[in-house]
Design a protein around this ligand. Structure first.
Ligand SMILES: Cc1cc2nc3c(=O)[nH]c(=O)nc-3n(C[C@H](O)[C@H](O)[C@H](O)COP(=O)(O)O)c2cc1C
Length: 403
C-alpha cells in the first residue's frame, strides 16, 4: 500500500502563475488514494477554476471562510485539525509573509493556524521576489516555526527571467510529502548505499557489464531518506532518476566504486552494498577503439577487488554491513557462506532463477539471512522490499547486533 493511501491531505493553493501545475499533483494524490481537500485563496481563483480541483480531488473545494453552508460552518478549524499533512502549493510571497506573521485572514491561513499536522510550503515566484530580503526572512521564520520549506527549482520562469523560483517538478515535490508521511526512525543516521552495475572498459566503445538495473539500490536509498537518514548513493550507470534528497556519487568501473565506497564508509552507520560489481575487468584497456580484425578472440581478465569483503575487514563497532547476493540455486547455503566470509550483519539474497525477481524487474522476492535466523520476504515491489529490509536493519540495531 502506498504511503499516501487513506491520508487526509489539505492542499492550499495561492495566487501564483504556477497554480495550474498543482492540478496534476491533486490528480496524482487522488490516484494514490489520498483524501485530498483543496483550499484556495481569492487570488488563486484568478489563475485556475475551483471546478478543476473539485473534479480532480472528487471533493468540494473550499474558498470561503464565511460560508453559508451549514455543514462547513467550522471549516476554518475542521480542515486543519483533521489533516495528516497540509501543503501550501504554490505558496505566494504574500501567503508566506502572512504565515510567518501568524495571520488568519482567509480560510487557508486559518487552516494552517488550526493544524498540528506537518506543513509543507512550496514557494513559487519570480526569482527577484524569491531572493528579496523580506521573502527570505519570512522563509527563515517559517523554518524556525517547524514548517518544511521545499526549495524552488531554478530555470526559466513564466516572466521569461531565469533564476530560482519555479515550483519543483511533481516527482520531487511528491517525495517530500512521502517523507513527511513516513516514520522518522532513521533520523540522525548516515546510510551509504551502492547500486547499479559497473562497466569495465575494453576500449572507448566497448565494455563488460551485467544486467543490474539499479532499481533495488535506488529503492533502498529512497526509503532510507524518506525515513530520515542522510543517504549517500554511490551508483554505477543506470537509466534511473537520482532519488530526491540523497548525496549522489556517480561511478563507472569497479575500481571507481571501490574508491568512492571506501572514502564514504567510515562515517556511515549503515552500509548497504546493492550494486552488482563486476568480478573481473579486462587486463588491458585500449585508449583507441580496437579495429574488428585486430580484436583478440580470447579476452584476458584480471580480478577486481571484492568491496564487500574489504568493508567487512575494516567494519567498525556499531556499524552495520548489509550485502546483496544474486543466486540461482542453493540460496541459503551460498548466502550463509557469504555472511560469514565477508563479516556481514545481514545478507539479502535475490533469487535470479525467477523472472519476477532480481535483475531488471520492478518486483523482488528476497531471502534475508543474519546470525539470528532467516526471513523469506514476500514477492512485492522493490519499494516495499526496501521498506522491509530497512525494518530489519532497525530491528538489528534495536537488538544491539553490531555493538
Ligand atoms: C499574472 C500574475 C502572476 C503572479 N504570479 C505570482 C507568483 O508566481 N508568485 C507570487 O508570489 N505572486 C504572484 N503574483 C502576485 C500574487 O497573485 C499576489 O501577491 C496576490 O496578492 C497573492 O494572494 P494570495 O497569497 O492570497 O494568494 C502574480 C500576479 C499576477 C497578476
Amino acid at each position: 500500500m502506498s504511503v499516501f493511501a487513506g491520508k487526509n491531505i489539505v492542499v492550499g493553493v495561492t495566487g501564483s502563475i504556477a497554480a495550474f501545475k498543482v492540478a496534476t499533483w491533486v490528480s496524482d494524490l487522488a490516484k494514490e488514494e489520498a483524501l485530498v481537500h483543496v483550499v484556495m485563496s481569492r487570488a488563486a481563483e484568478k489563475f485556475i477554476a475551483p471546478l478543476t480541483f473539485g473534479a480532480l480531488s472528487a471533493n468540494p473545494v473550499h474558498t470561503e471562510m464565511f460560508s453559508a453552508d451549514q455543514h462547513h460552518s467550522m471549516a476554518h478549524i475542521d480542515l486543519g485539525s483533521e489533516a495528516d499533512i497540509v501543503l501550501i502549493a504554490p505558496a505566494s510571497a504574500n501567503t508566506i509573509a502572512k504565515l510567518a506573521g501568524g495571520f488568519a485572514d482567509n480560510l487557508l491561513t486559518t487552516t494552517v493556524l488550526a493544524t498540528n499536522a506537518p506543513v509543507l510550503v512550496y514557494p513559487a515566484m519570480n526569482s527577484k521576489m524569491f531572493s528579496n530580503r523580506a521573502t527570505q526572512r519570512n522563509i527563515r521564520k517559517l523554518k524556525e516555526m517547524g514548517f518544511t520549506v521545499v526549495d524552488p527549482a531554478s530555470g526559466m520562469m513564466a516572466c521569461k527571467e531565469t533564476g530560482q523560483g519555479r515550483l519543483p517538478e511533481w516527482p520531487v515535490a511528491k517525495e517530500h510529502i512521502a517523507k513527511a508521511l513516513s516514520k522518522q526512525d532513521l533520523k540522525g543516521q548516515r546510510f551509504l548505499v551502492t547500486a547499479g552495475p559497473t562497466r569495465e572498459s575494453i576500449d572507448p566503445a566497448r565494455y563488460l557489464s551485467n544486467r543490474s538495473s539499479g532499481k533495488m539500490g535506488y529503492a533502498l536509498a529512497r526509503c532510507a531518506w524518506r525515513r530520515g537518514a542522510h543517504v549517500t548513493l554511490v551508483s554505477g550507470p543506470t537509466s534511473l532518476s537520482v532519488p530526491t534528497g540523497v548525496e549522489y556519487v556517480q561511478v563507472h568501473s569497479a575500481l571507481e566504486m571501490y574508491d568512492a565506497v571506501l572514502s564514504h564508509a567510515e562515517v556511515s552507520q549503515v552500509v548497504i552494498k546493492a550494486a552488482a560489481v563486476a568480478d573481473y575487468r579486462p587486463e588491458t584497456q585500449s585508449r583507441q577503439k580496437v579495429k574488428k580484425d585486430k580484436i583478440e578472440l580470447i579476452l584476458a581478465l584480471t580480478q577486481n577487488p571484492d568491496i564487500l569483503f574489504e568493508l567487512g575487514k575494516i567494519k567498525k563497532k556499531g556499524q552495520l554491513l548489509v550485502g546483496f547476493a544474486a543466486e540461482s540455486e542453493n540460496l541459503q547455503e551460498e548466502g550463509r557462506k557469504k555472511l560469514t566470509k565477508k563479516n556481514l550483519d545481514l545478507i539479502a539474497i535475490n533469487d535470479i532463477s525467477k523472472s519476477n525477481s532480481g535483475f531488471e524487474t520492478d518486483t523482488n522476492r528476497v531471502l534475508l539471512l543474519d546470525a539470528g535466523g532467516e526471513n523469506q520476504l514476500p514477492l512485492t515491489s522493490k519499494d516495499a522490499t526496501a521498506n522491509l529490509i530497512v525494518d530489519k536493519i532497525v530491528s538489528l540495531f534495536a537488538n544491539n547486533c553490531c555493538t
